[in-house]
Design a protein around this ligand. Sequence first.
Ligand SMILES: Nc1ncnc2c1ncn2[C@@H]1O[C@H](COP(=O)(O)OP(=O)(O)O)[C@@H](O)[C@H]1O
Ligand SMILES: [Mg+2]
Length: 208
Amino acid sequence: MSALLRLDSISKIYRFGQIKALKNITLVINKGEMTALQGPSGSGKSTLLNICGLLDGFDEGHYHFDSTDISRLTKQALTLLMREYLGFVFQSFNLIPVMTVFENVEYPLLLAGVEKRRERTLALLEQVGIGEFVNHLPDQLSGGQQQRVAIARALIKKPPLIIADEPTANLNAIKLRINARNRGIRSPRFILGEPMPKINLGLLNTLT
Ligand SMILES: Nc1ncnc2c1ncn2[C@@H]1O[C@H](COP(=O)(O)OP(=O)(O)O)[C@@H](O)[C@H]1O
Ligand SMILES: [Mg+2]
């Protein structure tokens, strides 16, 4: 199997508080693989996921994405990489408050210049169980419903890498079921209720 993502001896220090959040982290995620990351609060899970998702930098080490050393990429190439290859489900959703549910999920397709967006967006919203709320604004939804929108937004472009930081923290019923099945490791497949063969990799961060 070839590596989609490879981290070698990654370290990260937060200047504020001089906290060494990550120390010599080595991680390989192969294409088609699903990985869950577990650890207590403050152990560095979000920090690591943010680095994997190119949302934050690191102080030491190397990060190869699909064999490319990301430190060699221009800012423009990094933006393109994020836009085309990564879907990120944030712990705090980060939905755009002035956009409807439909618009939030359609937006990545719009940015990528995809023309036929409507059917695809509506079908996915239906699949994650919020088909009835397409015209709502995020603050008119419950936490769990907002999380479903955030998951749909990450999946809409079928990116090769989906990074999800505590993606099911607000989906209680589902969480319990998955916990029972998987002893604490949750997967977006369960949220969607059926396998998504084209989305073959998820880097998951489970609840602490
Ligand atoms: N922006 C930040 N500035 C300073 N310290 C931070 C910042 N973000 C996280 N930390 C610190 O880094 C450590 C790891 O945090 P985090 O990655 O959020 O852990 P987790 O997601 O596992 O709960 C914690 O000690 C936290 O206080
Ligand atoms: Mg976290």
